[in-house]
Design a protein around this ligand. Structure first.
Ligand code: GLN
Ligand code: ZN
Length: 754
């Protein structure tokens, strides 16, 4: 029995990689220095892992992103980057600065003679908050293996004299996550086969023993066509594996749709997720598992931060052992990239919580622990082992959430609200946050550190709010907001005010490249002991005759961007949150706030990978949202904001939230989204977002007018709201004022013609 990992965080214990990248991006260090220091960081990490694990990860330590690494390795560089003069031609033998320049140009974009070269798109990695870079495939691409970075990873791992496996993304996942610009996917199968065969040859020449091919796509619903592609790719690629040993690594679920095909291929090892893919064990029993294949058992949860329950895991592994006789390696359920580095960074942790937590580094320890316990084949645990394991968790069962409809139907509410708000046709608004500058961040930090007192802090925030109210009135916006200046983050802010949450000091998780987030931990019962947003928002309302919109973060978004306790059903946690929000909402409406927006920005993110599980998830999300908002009075207008551009067949679910107005992120998807909302928009007020807040470009009045008119082809004028497509927090003030000004002017022009 051996221990290994699907992957490890690369950001570094103290976010060293982030610091390095930021310095490189600001030209404070050059590429050589970046590579040297990143390599040193990787070495320290591998060295530590080699003390604990039997097989260590290699080439898992990406400078920016694993998908980008694959694309670079294959040299299938999209033409707009290849056309940049210094990157034209073959990559081989180019100097380091040039190679890195190209790598980061794809990640972050570039500029050539004043013309912007757009970076690759970023998308969320399955149901996580990690973003990968999306390769773009077209038939004209030239593919050319560029192994210099990979080779360096291999050399570093080899120096440790510890068995290692080279981590790569497998061909089917690579293909399915790519944006295919031309031709059907099948057109790329043979190209991929050739690339992976070449890669195998390279690995053999380097004397590599193990390669891990990651195929998380196998846990999604696969049709016959998909399974055939899987078979074709692997049959041909594995044909040339020679002495190389291949581990097919899956994660985020079970692989029921390709089970027998996986078993038929000559993999040397297959990695299964036993945490998210509970059905995998059943499949082993009912469908069988090839005799000589190693089972890499993903049993330490890579998606949450609780200590493993060894009392359950030991018999689980023993049971597998007795039933299948295969060699077993113990591993994480997926890469530990999705959890923070180490609990050691938390100096203020209550001891009873500390005992229950395992971040990435502690999870590595758990593997070793589990191995020892299983190998010694003890039926029960020693006292010290017991102290390490968490208590048994009740399963989260499906609950039937019956929903009572809001007392007055939407159409009637509309008139009550209209009477109160007297909004013009095509009302204009924003999504909530306004630009946050260095000054504001410093202010919050000084307050947190106790360097300024509460009064000073509150005064300064009120100053900001005052200025923003004036600005919005000058701009002529119809529904105002207070700007969210008091919030560092839309989830962490609420977590800090609610009981039951712990906000970590150093619990950083990579979101992409040099970006990190700090998800709070829900560890106890959630209670609201005092108002969260009420003072700010009622202050803002007191400054204006125009309606002020209160902005709250919804229950599912808080859950999806936190680490959630597992000793309660998810629905219970969601309802606790809903109750807290409900109390906040009651107080807001008592203070006379006429519009309340509950953001469910992250609803889409954890939509289950299998269609059959959508309903349970959506039902829970709707039930929690409705519980939070059920007491909203009919003359108070309820809004929600959902910020993603791929709703697809989810639109059906939106109705059930029973809101009065929804705003969504349509600007970037070039109105493709609107067609899916055509039906909904017929009699539901909707603000599809007239410009993209992710870009600093200021759209002109004419351009915005054109877009509004396009929207009116889909949505009747009395249902259409005009707003940017998401919060303005990350933008600059100057461009924001210009863009909003143009937005209001364009709206006025369109109104005149209606
Ligand atoms: N109200 C939030 C804001 O304006 C919404 C952010 C989001 O949708 N991600 O920043
Ligand atoms: Zn948004």
């Amino acid at each position: 029995m051996k221990t290994t990992l699907v992957g490890f965080p690369r950001i570094g214990k103290n976010r060293e990689l982030k610091t390095l990248l930021d310095s490189y991006f600001k030209n404070r260090i050059d590429g050589t220095r970046l590579i040297q220091e990143a390599a040193a960081l990787e070495e320290v990490q591998l060295q530590a892992l080699s003390q604990q694990l039997d097989v260590i990860p290699c080439a898992d330590f990406s400078l920016y992103d694993g998908m980008l690494d694959m694309l670079y390795l294959f040299g299938c560089i999209p033409p707009r980057f290849k056309d940049i003069p210094q990157y034209a031609g073959s990559l081989a033998h180019r100097d380091l600065e040039t190679r890195l320049g190209l790598y980061f140009a794809m990640a972050r974009g570039s500029e050539v003679q004043g013309k912007a070269i757009y970076p690759l798109e970023m998308k969320k990695w399955f149901t996580t908050n990690y973003h990968y870079l999306v390769p773009e495939l077209s038939l004209e691409l030239s593919w050319e293996l560029e192994t210099s970075f990979l080779e360096a990873h291999i050399e570093r791992a080899r120096r440790l004299h510890c068995p290692f496996k080279v981590h790569l993304i497998g061909p089917l996942t690579f293909l399915y996550l790519s944006k295919i610009l031309e031709g059907p996917p099948d057109k790329y199968l043979d190209t991929l086969v050739i690339q992976y065969q070449r890669l195998f040859r390279f690995l053999q020449q380097k004397g590599v023993e193990w390669v891990q091919l990651e195929e998380p796509i196998l846990v999604t619903d696969l049709c016959h066509e998909d399974v055939k592609r899987f078979q074709y790719l692997y049959k041909t690629i594995l044909f040339t594996k020679g002495t190389l040993k291949v581990l097919l690594q899956t994660y985020f679920g079970d692989i029921r749709d390709v089970w027998s095909e996986v078993c038929q291929q000559p993999f040397d090892a297959v990695g299964l997720d036993f945490v998210a893919g509970t059905k995998n064990k059943e499949l082993i029993q009912t469908e069988g598992f090839p005799k000589n294949t190693i089972l890499v058992a993903g049993c330490i949860d890579g998606r949450n931060i609780w200590r493993a329950n060894l009392e359950e895991l030991i018999p689980f592994i023993q049971d597998l052992q007795s039933k299948m006789k295969n060699e077993i390696w113990l591993s994480s359920s997926c890469s530990l990239l999705h959890v923070p580095y180490t609990v050691e960074g938390e100096r203020k942790l209550p001891p009873e919580l500390k005992r229950r937590l395992a971040f990435a580094w502690e999870k590595v320890g758990e593997l070793e622990h589990l191995k020892t316990a299983v190998r010694e084949a003890r039926g029960h645990l020693s006292v010290s082992e017991k102290a390490h394991s968490s208590s048994s968790l009740p399963p989260s069962t499906f609950v039937d959430f019956s929903l009572t409809p809001r007392p007055i139907p939407r159409h009637e509410r509309y008139w009550l609200q209209q009477k109160r708000l007297s909004l013009p046709i095509l009302p204009t608004t924003t999504i909530g946050s306004f630009p946050q500058d260095e000054d504001l961040r410093r202010l919050r930090k000084q307050y947190r550190q106790g360097k300024i007192d509460e009064n000073t802090y509150e005064d300064r925030i009120r100053q900001r709010i005052r200025a923003l109210v004036v600005l919005q009135e000058e701009l002529g916006l119809d529904v105002l907001v207070h700007g969210e200046y008091e919030r560092n983050d839309m989830v962490e802010y609420f977590a800090e005010y609610l009981e039951g949450f712990y906000t970590t000091e150093e619990g950083w998780v990579q979101s992409y490249g040099s970006r990190v987030t700090k998800p709070p931990i829900i560890y106890g019962d959630i209670h609201r002991t005092h108002p969260i947003t009420v003072p700010w928002i009622s202050y803002a309302q007191s400054l204006t005759q125009k309606p002020m919109k209160a902005i709250l973060t919804g229950p599912i978004t808080i859950i999806n961007w936190s680490f959630v306790r597992e000793d309660l059903a998810l629905s219970t946690v969601a309802f606790q949150l809903a109750e807290a929000l409900r109390a906040e909402i009651s107080e807001l409406q008592e203070k006379g706030i006429p519009i309340i927006q509950v953001d469910e920005a992250a609803l889409r993110e954890k939509l289950p990978l299998r269609r059959g599980e959508w309903e349970g998830y959506i039902n829970l999300a709707v039930a929690a949202f409705r519980r939070a908002t059920e007491s909203v009075r009919p003359d108070v207008q309820l809004h929600t904001h959902m910020c993603y551009s791929e709703f697809g067949s989810l639109v059906y679910a939106i109705e059930a939230f029973d809101v009065d107005v929804i705003t969504i992120e349509a600007a970037r998807s070039h109105f493709g989204l609107l067609s899916s909302f055509r039906e909904y928009g017929k009699d539901h007020p909707i603000g599809p977002g007239v410009y993209d807040i992710h870009s600093p470009l200021v759209p002109s009045v004419a351009e915005l007018e054109k877009r509004i008119r396009r929207m009116l082809e889909y949505i009747p004028p009395d249902m259409l709201w005009i707003n940017p497509d998401c919060g303005l927090k990350t933008r600059g003030m100057e461009e924001t004022v210009a863009a909003l000004n143009n937005m209001v002017q364009a709206t006025q022009r369109v109104r005149q013609t209606l």
